[in-house]
Every structure is written in structure tokens, then in C-alpha cells.
Ligand binder design. Structure first.
Ligand code: ADP
Length: 218
């Protein structure tokens, strides 16, 4: 993966989790926080850390913020600071601005400013937990639209040994298998003759309800 430059503004739990994961994946991460202690605590997980107020244009310019590939505004409760920061970032020409919203209104303002991706951590996590409960065999998913998902589904043991053709998931569940994950390998667009092994994970595309129906087979 090509190295990208990220800046995370606000090093609370949310910002630090993002910074840490990006840093562990070998990316360049600049951490910015008003609070000296927060910057010190995050130092193990970031390439550089600076103490600054992100609502000050000068501070953002001094780190050359417009050269970053992506800037994440992870400011918690201070909605005004979050909005001002996102606005400055867009005005300074940052291409990809991601921001955490703590309410719907906050999110709407961020959207109006041109924030590229707005995250509602509590709401999104709540939905993920509910989805996991509804689909016990689901490991991971991507939402394609309100209706369609791509999901990684564990296969029920009774399906092992059968081919995709025999299982006929398209007719029975209205879902399509786009890949199989087996022992760390990936089989892309498997042929209908491919037989399913115990422990396989089917990467499937379909309507959420259809995927959930498959995922609930005992
Ligand atoms: P979380 O819920 O993710 O733990 P917090 O509210 O604890 O969120 O963290 C938000 C962080 O954002 C704090 O460390 C705070 O110091 C920082 N912060 C708030 N306003 C600014 C600002 N204007 N510039 C830089 N950092 C800020």
C-alpha cells in the first residue's frame, strides 16, 4: 500500500484509535490536539504530534495542512471547534476531510461545509451491533446502499462438501457469492463447480434481508 499522509485533529479515544490503526498500517500520521497531555499520550501511535488549536488558520498553515491526503476531525463535544476546523480545512483546499458528528444537526452543518465523510460513532456502532445480532454468522460487511450489502458469511457445517451449483444460493436466497476466503487465501469469482469446505467464508452480495436469512441457518 502506498504511504499516505494523514492528520488527526483531536486525540481523544476516537481520534487516537484512528491514528493508532493508521500508524500501525505504516501510514504517516500527524496528531494535533490543544491538550499537551493528549499529544504526549498519543506519541507512541503517531509519526509527529503537535500542540495547537485547529480553529486557528495559522496553526493549520504552519503544518502545511493542505498537503495532507486526508484530515480527520475527531474533536468531541466542542461542536463549534469541530465545525470551524472542518470549514478551515475545506477553505485551505484539503481534498478529503472526515469528521465525527455528535448529533444530526452537527452532521448537517458539517455536510453543508463540504465535509467528505461524516461519522456518527455511537449511531454507526449501534447499527453494527444490531446487524451482528440479526446475522450471527456474519463477520464483516460493507453497506452498498440502503438495501444492498456485501457480507462475509460463515457457512453452516451442513453445506460443507457441496458445490456452489448444488447449493444454488442465487435461487434459494437471492444472493451471489463473489469470493471465497479459505485458509487465508482468496478465491475470486469462484466457478459453480467450486466445492465449499468446512470453515470457508463466503463473500456475498445481496439484499440485507436475504443475506440475513442465509446467515441465520443453523
Ligand atoms: P472522545 O470521545 O473521542 O474521547 P474527546 O472529547 O475526549 O473525544 O476528545 C476530543 C479531543 O479534541 C480532546 O483531546 C480535545 O483536547 C481536542 N480538541 C478540542 N478542541 C480542539 C481544537 N480546537 N484544536 C485541537 N484539538 C481540540
Amino acid at each position: 500500500m502506498a504511504k499516505k499522509q494523514y492528520a488527526v485533529i483531536g486525540l481523544g479515544r476516537f481520534g487516537t484509535s484512528i491514528a493508532r490503526r493508521l500508524y500501525e498500517a505504516g501510514q504517516e500520521v500527524l496528531g494535533i490536539d490543544l491538550n499537551e497531555e493528549r499529544v504526549e499520550d498519543a506519541e507512541k501511535y503517531i509519526t509527529h504530534g503537535i500542540i495547537a488549536d485547529s480553529t486557528e488558520e495559522k496553526a493549520l498553515n504552519s503544518v502545511g495542512i493542505s498537503n495532507f491526503d486526508c484530515v480527520i476531525v475527531a474533536i468531541g463535544d466542542d461542536i463549534q471547534a469541530s465545525i470551524l476546523t472542518a470549514m478551515l480545512l475545506k477553505n485551505l483546499g484539503v481534498k478529503k476531510v472526515i469528521a465525527k458528528a455528535i448529533s444530526k444537526r452537527h452532521g448537517q452543518v458539517l455536510e453543508a461545509i463540504g465535509t467528505n465523510w461524516i461519522i456518527y460513532p455511537e449511531r454507526d456502532m449501534g447499527e453494527r451491533v444490531a446487524n451482528q445480532l440479526l446475522s450471527p454468522n456474519m463477520l464483516n460487511y460493507i453497506e452498498l446502499s440502503k438495501e444492498y450489502n456485501i457480507e462475509e458469511l460463515m457457512i453452516p457445517n451442513k453445506m460443507a462438501g457441496k458445490s456452489l451449483k448444488e447449493l444454488d444460493l442465487r435461487a434459494k436466497f437471492n444472493i451471489s457469492v463473489i469470493a471465497i476466503l479459505r485458509n487465508g487465501e482468496i478465491i475470486i469469482t469462484p466457478s459453480p463447480e467450486e466445492s465449499i469446505h468446512r470453515g470457508d467464508i463466503l463473500v456475498s452480495i445481496g439484499k440485507r434481508n436475504d443475506l440475513a436469512r442465509f446467515s441465520n441457518i443453523e
